[in-house]
Design a protein around this ligand. Structure first.
Ligand SMILES: Nc1ncnc2c1ncn2[C@@H]1O[C@H](COP(=O)(O)OP(=O)(O)OP(=O)(O)O)[C@@H](O)[C@H]1O
Ligand SMILES: [Mg+2]
Length: 464
């Protein structure tokens, strides 16, 4: 479909000149001879670009421009002014016109301006689509959970979203701390500005300060260029200080100052820089404990813990597992081009029973793997990892099925081996498959545990 342009001008010969030039370029052109006519056409039809004369009898171009912008703030309008009337053009641009050209017009110039307007429109639409996608990805609805505990969490998240309150998000690994932080940012009025994440545990102590605050050229041996820190990069947006419990005491002092004064200096400079950032911090450590142990500053703790969000472990909200299953099934079906529709009851029972030490992240990984492995449209017990499949083994000695063709000793050994295997499995499940703890629990050495696991086929494939 050809792109559409509405030409608004009271000068008939100029209108036709413009129409001809634009049609040659392949555009579909419609004409209006005054402001009122332009607006009545505009109310009914869509145009990619409007070329608009400013000086017209009756309603002038400024008025038309502002009415069109009221209807569609994104409308691209190119102003036509008399030669030498730059001031008017500037005024119109301030009021939202995209560009201007002067009468008498130069065909090449017109062509260029219109093309630029379309290019700009295309980029704008793309950007809007991308942003919409991103916003959707980061919406609250990405936080899956219908349990009382999650609804409480969502309630707090929504309450703090459109404030500048510093938030501390706590929870075990994989409970969705980063997801919550992103949801807060992308639903807040800061969403068009950066969300900057920094993992305080992953960056070596010496580098963290310059990462956070930036440095001047020559501040230290390796600093050959000036560097902007994450706090500066997050200006007008949100900074997410992940694993804040792992930050050294000296860096903590500097962060405290940013929180109190919204001001800091780059390393190697004494010029204060002020920023407008919202701070969200997260940790899976027990910060109160760290404060007691002298590893975390008490004053910083109170500064970041204005509102605290405690994400529940998955095992504390097992009722959300079916919902999470649905969500990840759809997500991975889409990503992996699969068409899984259900999960077998016994497989779901195992998911409900398992302790999920790695929380939602672990569930996500387990389901991704199951969806890859499944050859039908259903996930079966056999598609789950071995350590989850083994959860429901109960110790049973089945004497009904005794095989009398073998000597007694052999039969007894078989039964005992089977019982031993099941006891070891029980112990492994109780300790989340920690071999040290299992060996302790069974009062055998790690070495003999290893040998028995090998005998019963309980090792991971790569160890065998
Ligand atoms: N409530 C939830 N709904 C949907 N997906 C979730 C939920 N919670 C976590 N996830 C998913 O689980 C994975 C881990 O989440 P995230 O990275 O936010 O956890 P985390 O608490 O920051 O973990 P860590 O402490 O290990 O950094 C992500 O893929 C995330 O999308
Ligand atoms: Mg995280």
């Amino acid at each position: 479909m050809a792109s559409r342009i509405l030409v608004v001008d009271d000068d008939q010969s100029f209108r036709f000149l413009l129409e001809e030039a634009l049609k040659k370029e392949g555009y579909e052109v419609k004409l209006a001879s005054n402001g009122e006519e332009a607006l009545s056409i505009y109310a009914k039809e869509h145009f990619d670009v409007i070329t608009l004369d400013i000086k017209m009898p009756g309603m002038d171009g400024f008025e038309v421009l502002s009415r069109m912008k009221q209807i569609n703030p994104e409308q691209l309008v190119v102003i036509i002014t008399a030669y030498g009337a730059q001031k008017i053009a500037v005024e119109a641009i301030k009021k939202g016109a995209f560009d201007y050209f002067t009468k008498p017009f130069d065909v090449d110039e017109l062509r260029m301006i219109i093309r630029r307007a379309f290019e700009c429109n295309r980029l704008y639409q793309e950007n809007k689509a991308l942003r919409k996608k991103l916003d959707q990805q980061m919406g609250y609805k990405e936080i899956i959970g219908n349990s009382g505990k999650m609804l409480e969490v969502l309630e707090i998240i929504k309450k703090v979203t459109d404030t500048d309150i510093t938030v501390l998000i706590q929870g075990e690994s994989g409970t969705g701390k980063e997801l919550a932080a992103r949801a807060i940012h992308y639903n807040s009025s800061r969403k068009d500005h950066p969300f900057v994440k920094i993992n305080c545990a992953a960056i070596p102590e010496g580098v963290l300060e310059s990462e956070l605050f930036g440095h001047e050229k020559g501040a230290f041996t390796d600093a050959s260029l000036q560097k902007i820190g994450r706090f500066e990069a997050a200006d007008k947006g949100t900074i997410f200080l992940d694993e804040i419990g792992d930050m050294s005491l000296s860096t903590q002092a500097k962060v405290l100052r940013v929180i109190q004064e919204r001001e800091f200096e780059r390393v190697g400079s004494n010029k204060p820089i002020s920023v407008n950032v919202r701070i969200i911090a997260a940790t899976n450590k027990d910060l109160i404990r760290c404060v007691k142990d002298g590893e975390f500053r008490e004053d910083l703790y109170y500064r970041i813990n204005v509102v605290s969000i405690q994400l529940p472990a998955l095992r504390q909200r097992r009722e959300d597992i079916p919902l999470l299953f649905e969500y990840f099934m759809n997500k991975f079906n889409h990503q992996l081009h699969k068409t899984i529709k259900h999960i077998a009851l016994e497989a779901m029972e195992l998911l409900m029973k398992y302790k999920w030490p790695g929380n939602v992240r672990e569930l996500e990984n387990v389901l991704q793997r199951a969806i890859v492995l499944s050859e039908k449209d259903i996930i079966n017990k056999a598609d789950l990892p071995f350590y989850i499949q083994c959860l429901d083994t109960d110790i049973k000695v089945d004497t009904e099925a005794v095989d009398f063709t073998k000597p007694l000793l052999d039969t007894v050994k078989e039964v005992i081996d089977n019982v031993e295997k099941q006891i070891i499995l029980k112990a492994l499940n109780r300790t989340n498959w920690s071999r040290t703890e299992t060996a302790q629990l069974l009062k055998i050495s790690r070495k003999s545990l290893f040998n028995k696991m090998k005998q019963y086929g309980l090792l991971k494939e790569e160890e065998e």
